[in-house]
Ligand binder design. Structure first.
Ligand SMILES: Cc1cc2nc3c(=O)[nH]c(=O)nc-3n(C[C@H](O)[C@H](O)[C@H](O)COP(=O)(O)OP(=O)(O)OC[C@H]3O[C@@H](n4cnc5c(N)ncnc54)[C@H](O)[C@@H]3O)c2cc1C
Length: 385
């Protein structure tokens, strides 16, 4: 077993770190305060190839795989967790799914813009009354012969109101449950009948916009069906097994950021005539954070390695996501204690870490759902795909 990174991987890691420090770090505080989505960061990510993982080069992909992707995303999310969504929103969500299930025409039409950052991507599964139970969704796409007519609504969609191209999952056969869903590629700028409403009440992830989408007789061209009719549930599960790596990586990264910040603070802050890092109880907190952030990182690496080698990885992906979420929330919580009163101030990053860490327990399968996935595979009730 070789834990060393290749020269290319080190280069990718350095490049992403430099990018995040130069292009994202200077704006974190002001963008957090204004809940501002800095669109140009996505454009720059695209220019650097940071949105083109595991995508064939003929469609603009960067020729690299999952391990390079998680190394890069880890560096970006460490600086500002809101930006961890960009890779899932553009690459691992729509681009990769279109590459897997799309026609040649769909691939040529949509993938290059998603990986170059010309488009903002998104994927819409959740509805107000359909979260963990994906198959209970109600948004209906009616076959009108020469087009689809979509009615219904989606809730909590990352990037929804700023998105150019997205995947939307809808019912195509009523009463058939998971066997009656299909996936559509939506060109938001050219589809009448869609109202997009920003959700401005979020607890965190202030710089990653979230939206409600309302479809009222939205006319979608026939050729925008992605993959086979009524296979949307399988496509959705395939997509989630990819996009949830964004949560896993982002959570592991946030955990590391909180650990590193706490180490620095514990060395700088003195009480009773010595750095607080010299106190055993602070050391115990630092050790707990370090242990968990390292364990989370290696679970993420392992899932990425399995994906790169086309080996079954669903359980490893769920374990990485589940554990990294716990590590992130715990690290953010402990960091706030290490920083004392200053940890409770927005002049320091602790409140942002805690706010952003909490998202991970809900998105892309709640922690309960991932616990179920891991257990069902371990117990032999479902296969590990
Ligand atoms: C910031 C943000 C961004 C998001 N981005 C997107 C996006 O881009 N696209 C998208 O489609 N969705 C998105 N979502 C939605 C997210 O994926 C859902 O919120 C998530 O799937 C959970 O659904 P729910 O909120 O309806 O919770 P529910 O499913 O109602 O769950 C409520 C509680 O019940 C528990 N529960 C439910 N079923 C079970 C079960 N079988 N066993 C045990 N416990 C269970 C859950 O774990 C949870 O604790 C986003 C959400 C947020 C907050």
């Amino acid at each position: 077993m070789d834990f060393a990174l290749t020269e290319v991987q080190k280069m990718v890691q350095d490049m992403a770190r430099n990018f995040a420090e130069k292009e994202i770090a200077p704006y974190v505080d002001q963008d957090e305060e204004n809940h501002y989505y800095r669109r140009e960061i996505l454009t720059k990510m695209g220019e650097l190839g940071l949105l083109g993982w595991s995508i064939p080069e003929e469609y603009g992909g960067n020729g690299m795989g999952w391990m390079e992707a998680v190394l890069a995303l880890y560096e970006i999310a460490k600086v500002h967790t809101s930006w961890r969504l960009s890779v899932s929103g553009n690459c691992w969500g729509p681009a990769m799914t279109i590459n897997q299930y799309g026609t040649e025409e769909q691939k040529q039409k949509y993938i290059p813009g998603l990986v170059s950052g010309e488009y903002v991507g998104s994927f819409a599964i959740t509805e107000a009354n359909s979260g963990s139970d994906v198959a209970s969704m109600k948004t209906f796409a009616e076959d009108k012969g020469d087009h689809w007519l979509i009615n219904g609504s989606k809730m909590w969609i990352s990037g929804g109101h700023v998105s150019d191209v997205g995947l939307v999952y809808a019912v195509t056969e009523k009463g058939a449950g998971a066997r009656g869903l299909s996936c559509f590629v939506i060109d938001f700028n050219n589809t009448p009948g869609i109202t997009r409403i920003p959700i401005n009440t979020k607890f965190g992830m202030y710089c990653a916009p979230t939206s409600e989408l309302v479809f009222e007789n939205a006319v979608v061209p026939k050729e925008n069906l992605l993959g086979p009719l009524n296979k949307g549930f399988q496509i959705c599960m395939w997509q989630l097994n990819n996009t949830r790596m964004g949560c896993a990586t982002g959570a592991a990264s946030l955990s590391a950021a909180a650990t590193e910040g706490s180490v620095q603070y514990a060395n700088e802050r003195t009480q009773f005539g010595k750095p607080i890092g010299k106190f055993q109880m602070i050391q115990q907190q630092i050790t707990e954070m370090k242990l968990e952030d390292e364990a989370a990182k290696y679970l993420v690496y392992h899932a990425a390695w399995l994906k790169d080698n086309n080996l079954p990885n669903q359980q490893a992906t769920s374990m990485a996501k589940l554990y990294a979420c716990k590590a992130a929330v715990n690290a953010a919580n402990l960091a706030m204690k290490v920083y004392g009163s200053y940890g409770y101030s927005t002049e320091y990053p602790c409140p942002r870490w805690l706010r952003d860490a909490k998202q991970f327990e809900t998105l892309e399968g709640t922690s309960n759902i991932h616990t179920t996935i891991v257990a069902n595979i371990e117990l032999g009730y479902t296969p590990n795909r």
